[in-house]
Design a protein around this ligand. Structure first.
Ligand SMILES: [Mg+2]
Length: 431
């Protein structure tokens, strides 16, 4: 009998603030971090990995939360956990005492996400499949059974969700073949960090075109005149045919967002991301209506599928940007992908940080294979740094994500990473 023998949590921090990588209007000096969970088992060599991405201070709080949640899995028999992960998901989310700290939001819910992603990492490694493949080969009824429908069924009920999955089923193998050959479009945020100089912005825009990207995203929101100047530099560098998106990282009020987006009309924006507070569902709907047809995108800070449901019900987002570690893991992410399909909204996941590209690509591919109406409309964020710390770094060539081939959920860091980046005693941090 194989069982889970230990839950080890490590506070990993990468000193990205030293180079202003990742700087935006809300987050001027992030140190990309991960509260990293490893579930050891009694089967030699079998470890399940999950993490929560944070940007530095407070990663120790997140790590403590992951430890509290994951400790509940220690000593459990593995086959039982992997046979019915929905029961585990339910148990962790509905823990009557921990639920007081949410419910379904923030540090505790992200901790559940790390634990559930680690459970799925174990399941995939045992099956010898990457996560996208495990999910794509489930029967529609099995996918539907992953979702907790309690607060969602007034917008999408299990029967409707099953119908969407059944409809796509006959295309599954041909979609996998297409994605294996062509990959999935990546878009890049690398040129557009707010802390970069104009020269660096222009050089990186041209570089992105040379690298095969057809969508580039710039950070905005700190200063409107500065934003217009930088958008002008980028638009000139990339020409009229490459898509240009912007990300305000929640900086605007609702009226300020409407005014700013109006001022940017000349730049023909592909989307405007996080214009205001992520919980302001009605505010997003007001903005989307006022700036139509400019698409509004959000999701990386959406705490749970219940908020996503409301956003989609009110037309507050035309693009849903799921994040692999913001919500409660695999089950919540499958729910959000299905809700987006119900609303006719494209899923273009949030990535970057550290490990987020590696983890979220599996959900982007699952969506493209099993759920989305038109996979050719989809894309996935790509930022080219810190991949060397992951056990299975993403492969992005000619501006496209390649289908992962290794078993697992893409959530494992390289074995030597902790020695250098564990906080505060790793060699990168030690004094
Ligand atoms: Mg963003």
């Amino acid at each position: 009998m194989v069982s889970i023998t230990a839950a080890t949590v490590t506070d990993l921090r990468f000193p990205t603030s030293r180079t202003l990588d990742g700087s935006d209007a809300m987050n001027p000096d992030p140190d990309y971090s991960a509260a990293y969970l490893e579930l050891s088992t009694s089967e030699p060599g079998l470890t399940g990995c999950g993490f929560v991405f944070t940007i530095g201070r407070g990663n120790d709080i997140q790590a403590a939360a992951v430890e509290v949640v994951a400790d509940r899995l220690v000593g459990r028999e593995l086959d039982g956990l992997l046979e019915n992960p929905s029961a585990v998901n339910r148990e962790l989310n509905w823990d009557s005492q921990l639920r007081w700290l949410g419910p379904d939001k923030g540090v505790m819910h992200m901790a559940v996400g790390a634990a559930m992603n680690a459970v799925w990492d174990l399941r995939c490694k045992r099956e010898g499949r990457p996560l996208w493949s495990t999910l794509s080969h489930l029967e529609p009824a099995e996918v539907v059974a992953l979702v907790d429908w309690t607060y969602l069924s007034d917008f999408l009920d299990p029967a409707q969700a099953r119908e969407i999955l059944e409809e796509r089923r006959s295309e599954r193998d041909s979609r996998i073949a297409d994605l294996r050959r062509d990959g999935l479009a990546a878009y890049t945020t690398s040129p557009g960090w707010l802390g970069y100089s104009d020269d660096k912005l222009e050089r990186l825009c041209r570089q992105a075109l040379d690298d095969g990207f057809n969508t580039i995203k710039l950070k905005v929101g700190a200063d409107l005149d500065n934003d217009c100047r930088r958008l002008g530099i980028a638009r000139t560098a990339i020409g009229p045919d490459t898509a240009l998106a912007i990300d305000a990282n929640q900086r605007w009020s609702v009226p300020d967002a409407i005014a700013a987006i109006g001022r940017f009309a000349e730049f023909n924006l592909r989307w405007v991301e996080e214009p205001t507070h992520p919980d302001d569902v009605v505010g997003h709907a007001t903005i989307a209506k006022a700036v139509h047809p400019v698409p509004i995108a959000t999701g990386e800070h959406l705490a749970n599928p219940t908020l996503a449901k409301q956003l989609l019900q009110l037309g507050g987002a035309q693009i849903l940007q799921i994040d692999a570690t913001r919500v409660g893991g695999v089950h919540d992410l499958v729910a959000m992908i299905l809700l987006a399909a119900r609303a006719g909204v494209d899923v273009i996941p949030h990535a970057g940080g550290v490990g987020l590209c590696e983890a979220v690509q599996h959900f982007a591919f699952f969506n493209a294979i099993s759920v989305a109406a038109d996979p050719s409309q989809l894309a996935l964020e790509y930022v080219d740094h810190l991949h060397e710390h992951l056990d299975q770094p993403v492969e992005v060539t000619s501006g496209r994500y390649r289908l992962p081939t290794q078993p697992g959920a893409g959530t494992a860091f390289r074995p030597g990473t902790a020695a250098a980046f564990a906080y505060p005693c790793g060699t990168e941090w030690g004094t």
